[in-house]
Design a protein around this ligand. Structure first.
Ligand code: GLN
Length: 231
């Protein structure tokens, strides 16, 4: 049984939980999702972590009370071989965790680098990451109405090959600054780097949890499984 911590900071958390459940089904893995709301929830039992998107400033402020962000960063420092997925604002936090901390992604990132909400867009992303294939698996969708979110009309692509395009959803997305990058590009939008891997830390400027292509969530779970087996 894998335990994956989901940082309940703010923003797109429930969709990540659904994507994780889908990915676990596709890989035939048992999964326990730990909703991390306080520092005490971020234990060394977690095999992987997700930092969702949202508003990074709000996340920093909201987490001050419970010291949640500091606990998540401590966990990342203490468990460098356990995988972390940071999407959008989550990637911003990993690249700039604050003055006192070394970045978890060796990358400069510019907030709202594409412009404002009106400049949000969807486009196909090329993935250069070895993600495991899965078996098609119907996971009952969560009641999205509960969160007033509209599901995207997309096909499940569990068995998709590594090289096929990924449906990139960019919402007030940040941009990696090419000059300030010393980690591996793993997702490209044309010439632009939109995903990087630094050790076991994967930072994406788009929102894979808003699609039914669970490649990146499968990557997280399979890496977590691999690390756990090696312990
Ligand atoms: N613009 C947000 C920020 O700067 C990130 C947006 C997102 O996560 N979708 O924190």
């Amino acid at each position: 049984m894998l335990s994956v911590g989901l940082a309940m900071l703010q923003g797109a958390r429930h969709e990540h939980a659904e994507a994780l459940r889908g990915a676990a089904g596709e890989l035939g893995l048992e999964l326990n999702i730990v909703e991390c709301r306080r520092a005490s929830h971020v234990s060394s039992d977690l095999d992987a972590l997700i930092l969702p998107g949202g508003e990074s400033t709000t996340m920093r402020i909201a987490s001050q009370h419970e010291s949640l962000l500091e606990a998540l960063f401590d966990w990342m420092n203490n468990h460098p071989s356990r995988p972390v997925l940071g999407t959008c604002a989550g990637a911003i936090l990993m690249a700039s965790p604050g003055e006192e901390r070394a970045p978890f992604l060796q990358a400069s990132i510019e907030r709202n680098g594409w412009g404002r909400q009106r400049q949000s867009f969807e486009s196909t992303v090329d993935v250069i990451l070895d993600t495991p294939q899965g078996d098609a698996c119907d996971v009952a969708p969560a009641d999205r109405d509960m969160f007033a979110h509209q599901p995207l009309e997309m096909q499940s692509q569990a068995a998709q090959s590594v090289n096929e395009g990924f449906p990139g959803v960019f919402i007030r997305a940040p941009r990696f600054v090419a000059d300030g990058l010393s980690c591996t590009p793993v997702a490209m939008l044309g010439d632009e780097i939109v995903g990087v891997l630094d050790g076991m830390r994967l930072g994406l400027t788009f929102h894979p949890e808003l699609t039914l292509d669970r490649r990146f969530h499968r990557w997280l779970l399979s890496q977590a499984q691999h690390t756990k087996e090696g312990q």
